[in-house]
Every structure is written in C-alpha cells, then in structure tokens.
Design a protein around this ligand. Sequence first.
Ligand code: GLY
Length: 331
Amino acid sequence: MKRKNFIIKSIIGTAGLSYFSSTLSAFNTTKTLKTSEMSKENSDIFPLTIATWNFPNASKRAGELLAKGTTALDAVEQGVMVEEADIKNTTVGKGGAPDRDGNVTLDACIMSPSGDAGAVVYLKHTFKAASVARKVMEETPHVMLAGEGADLFAAQQGFEKEELFTESAKKDYEKWLVKKEYKPIINIENHDTIGMLCIDENGDLAGACTSSGLSYKVNGRIGDSPIIGSGLFLDNEIGGAVATGMGEAIMKSVGSFLIVELMRQGKSPQEACEEAINRIIKANPNYKEFQAAFIAVNKKGEIGSHCIQKGFSYVKFQYGKNENIPSSYNF
Ligand code: GLY
C-alpha cells in the first residue's frame, strides 16, 4: 500500500478512503498545472538562493544542489537541514535551546512551487523538522501536525528518534535556571530562524523556514516559523518571503503573505519588506525591544530585505558564490 494511502486510511478509516484519495489526487493535479513556466530572459540569473542571517554553509549547500539541476524543493530542504544539524546553532534544530521547562521543541514549514505546504510544530524527537514538514505535505491530506502526533508521524516515516537537548544547551539552560529571567526578546545580534527561498534553473520557487523558537519560551509556545503566511509564503507566479525575529509580532502581521501580496500589486521586494516592517512597528509600541526581519525575492530574481533594528543580514548564493548582505533597517 502506498504510504499516502496508509496514512489517510489510518486517519479516516476505510469507508472514506476512496473519496479522500480521489479528492486529494484531483487537488494535486490542479496545483501541478498551476506551476508557472520559467521566463527565458531570466535563465542567466537562476538558480538563486537567499536565506536569513549569514548561514553560508546552508545557502552553499542549496546553491550547489541547484547548480546540478536539483529542484528548488529538494534544494531548500537540504539547505536548511545544514543548520538543523549544526549543534552550534542554538536557535535551529539539534542545537536548539529548550523552553523554560527544559523541552527542546522544533517548528518548521515548507512550500513547494505548486503552492502546496506542510508544517510541524512542537516536534521533539528529530532535528529534521523541515523534512518532516515536507512529508506532512506529500504523504498526508493535511498541512500541519503538532506535538506527539508529529513525532509519531515522523517515526512512521522512518525518521530516527533522537535526543535534541545537547550538552552545551543543557549547560546554558542550567545557568538560565539560576535567574529564571523570562524575557521574550530576541537579541538583535543573535542568529535566529533560518528561512530560505530557492529558485531553480527552471525558474520555480520553493521555501522553508525552521526554528527551535524563542529560547526559554513558555512550554507549548509556537512562533511564526511554521505558520504559512507568517514565517514563509510564496506564490510561484509572483515570488516569496521568509521571516526571522520575534514570532509573535510576525504572526500578528502575517508578514510573509503580506509581502507576496504587495509584490503582486506591483511593489518591489524591497518596498514590500519595508511596508511589512512598518506595519509591525505601527502595531507594537515596544518595537524597539525586539527584532523582526523579512527577506523576499520576486520572479525576476529581484531581492529585498528590511528589519527593525540594525544587525540583521541575509546570505545570497548565486553564480557559484555566497554574498552576505546587510539588510536595511529602521533604527
Ligand atoms: N522567529 C522564530 C520564533 O519566534 O519562534
């Protein structure tokens, strides 16, 4: 039995299976047909990868795969996995800091050129959060799985069960326990969520966003990273956007969706990112106490980036090399 059918069967039972399968397959066919074709005039600027912060190994991995002809979806998944696997990165994947009760929980989402999406939240037993999100997208009729169910699903999909709380994160957590100071503030110099957008040689766009969220967050807190439209949004006919920084502010503004819609209306990626940040500033009187940043790319390969506080940069991999580019900012 195909995995997709197995999962669907276990969720809805045999009676509804044929209806669900045919609906899902009709839905996927529609979305495949919607995927736009590459404009020939852009063939010299693609492939192209951009990612939040200076994560050069991640962008290089994605960029090199794209150069070999890998699809945007495969490249973005493999690219962000570099940071998910890096135990020195304390805000993504394996090395992530725990919540205030000592749980390391991961959030991620992924979007394909067809506009399909998958997400996981409160994942505890594998660092490959974006890959599990992709399995949710491809092997279930759902968009998001949470907590125990997400971990169970990951195990069923063959992801190895592992301990995410590294020795170094434990030491930092023990120091934090002494003061138990809870400040939901993301340090403006801190490397935060990785959000990545890849355009492959066919001009198709895919994106992923993955994070362990805010360090020492309240148990159960979910940020913007796995929320389609907040941490990530794309439309293969327009462009895409990803976010990093204070998840609460980004979620309330649905910033990545906003940016794509502004680009649809004719704004450049830069203008759209600036507008999204301005809305966050307007809606949050305490905006000087946190960082929020967006990066975006349109289908012409034009890139934009804007953030609240000085200190954010993004990385671009194009023409076989990385470039770390400081973002524009308000303060
Ligand atoms: N941007 C990551 C988070 O707030 O969880």
